[in-house]
Design a protein around this ligand. Structure first.
Ligand code: IDP
Ligand code: MG
Length: 205
């Protein structure tokens, strides 16, 4: 098993080397794995040759999603769509973090229950990057109330009740930037180049 994994890994490395010696040289690869500053839209646009619409968003698998072992499925949906994972961690959210994250909701009657829910177990927080990722991920996640969420959305497929809706996704570009800064340190976000970039994007001339 270990031997075959090693072989596959070696073959990927060898393939990467001969296929893309100039574009993906080891030196270039290493230089791409630097940590990204948080407000790094401009940096990303500079590194990519397409312009506009490249965003980052915060997606978090909430404690019910983690307990129900949906982390892998949720990650897979974003990977399959073509988005790039640039940050990932599991953490126990604190009351303080949540009061900032949900600052518009602190006066709502359901807020205490929301905090109990969100602190009931670990959360898996992620930052995804790509074209229009904020709006697209909201559509992939579905409406807040799973009863209204269409089949095919994360909430529509995996949840039933508004107080246990499995996943969070930022609702605007500005909100995403604020939330990413709240949940991640700059050094926890990686700038890296996807080998399949040209298969998912039409590059500007
Ligand atoms: P969103 O997660 O779709 O952006 P928000 O309105 O920002 O929805 O609410 C944040 C979270 O608060 C929801 O995902 C859900 O967990 C919880 N929540 C919102 N409305 C209610 C409610 O009426 N009852 C219980 N929990 C709610
Ligand atoms: Mg929200």
């Amino acid at each position: 098993m270990i031997l075959s994994q090693t072989c596959v890994f070696k073959s990927i490395l060898q393939h990467g080397r001969c296929f893309t010696r100039s574009r993906f040289s080891e030196k270039a690869l290493v230089s791409k794995f630097t940590s990204a500053p948080l407000s790094s839209g401009a940096i990303h646009r500079a590194q990519s040759s397409f312009t506009g619409g490249v965003e980052r968003t915060l997606v978090a698998v909430k404690p019910d999603g983690v307990q129900r072992r949906y982390v892998g499925q949720i990650i897979q949906r974003f990977e399959k769509r073509g988005f790039k994972l640039v940050g990932l961690k599991m953490l126990q959210a604190s009351d303080g973090l949540l009061s900032q994250h949900y600052r518009e909701l602190v006066k709502k009657p359901f807020y205490p229950n929301l905090v109990d829910y969100m602190t009931s177990g670990p959360v898996v927080a992620m930052v995804w990057e790509g074209l229009n990722v904020v709006q697209s991920s909201r559509r992939m996640v579905g409406p807040t109330n799973p009863a209204e969420a269409p089949a095919g959305t994360v909430r529509g497929d995996l949840s039933l009740h508004v107080s246990r809706n499995v996943v969070h996704a930022s609702d605007s570009v500005e909100g995403a930037e604020r939330e990413i800064q709240l949940w991640f340190e700059g050094k926890e976000l990686l700038n890296w180049e996807c080998y399949d970039h040209s298969l998912t994007y039409k590059e500007d001339k």
